[in-house]
Design a protein around this ligand. Sequence first.
Ligand code: NDP
Length: 309
Amino acid sequence: MGEKNKLYDLIIIGAGPAGLGASIYASRYKLKNLIIGSEIGGQVVEAAEIENYAGFNSISGRDLMKKFQEQAENLGAKIVQAEADDIKKAGDEFEISVGTGEKCKSKSVILALGMNPRKMNIPGEDKFIGKGISYCATCDAMFFMNKTVAVIGGGDSAAAAAIHLSEFADKIYLIHRGRMRFKPALAEQIKRNKKIEIIDSTGIKEIKGNQTVEGIVYESAEGEKEIPVQGVFVEIGAVPKIAIAKNLGIKMDEQEYIIVDQAQKTNIENVYAAGDVTTGSNKFRQIITAVAEGAVAAGSAYKQLITRN
Ligand code: NDP
């Protein structure tokens, strides 16, 4: 990697819209910045179609993030595609350990850590990850051509996944619990789609199979039921990815989102946070708000650094 001896003005951890947005602003402020992130584009690359990002009537998540990356790199950002494992503060500097065992140093940090998919934590879930269980319909739908699958969840992610899967699978059971909260445009598409069948449940109990997924067991008003499926797509929301922030003593709210002020500052001096992982933007958590938080965080880091230098 060869980054260990350099002292960066700013290291941005996370390469999603918040991290790339922060870098674009940091480069324009002439801050020497490094982005460390295992997935360039973050969770957005999983979105088949985005229709609510200004400037694009419709674009895939992957294409939108490619444009972010190109712009950030053209402006001078260096991106290390790896997981940041740990972060330590030593005096005025931060030392970040990266997957390969190397360490990078900076004067300030932006945590744009994003989210992890929420798990169901039921029997069979871990056993069949990659063997029929998936957390990303756009990544894995093509493996279920002409098959029968279940999508779990009652939010827009589940709705979008079911619609996307209907281009590949023969039959999709959309199993939700509680209230369905699909936005009207998605609810309308689901209603019209003959491959999708909605199942009301009171909870998912177990994933069954031998080598791969063969069935799903759920609880309903009529008691426990089992249906044969070859795939299960878990689309039940996401949880903040905060392990590295915990190591640094960053303050979080009761749901473990990083607490930030209007300048995207955390409780630790010279550490900022941006994007879905924060309490910012009225917790709206959209691509456009993540980019905006990244821009504000970079601006705050710049203001702090010029007063220090
Ligand atoms: P949400 O938090 O909106 O929904 C999560 C769903 O999963 C709820 O129905 C919840 O049910 C259910 N759930 C949670 N835990 C379990 C469990 N253990 N077993 C079964 N079901 C469970 O998350 P989404 O990922 O759907 O959406 C997040 C945000 O992203 C939203 O703002 C959404 O609008 C946005 N989005 C927009 C899209 C678009 O516009 N095309 C596409 C995808 C996402 P319960 O209420 O009972 O807990």
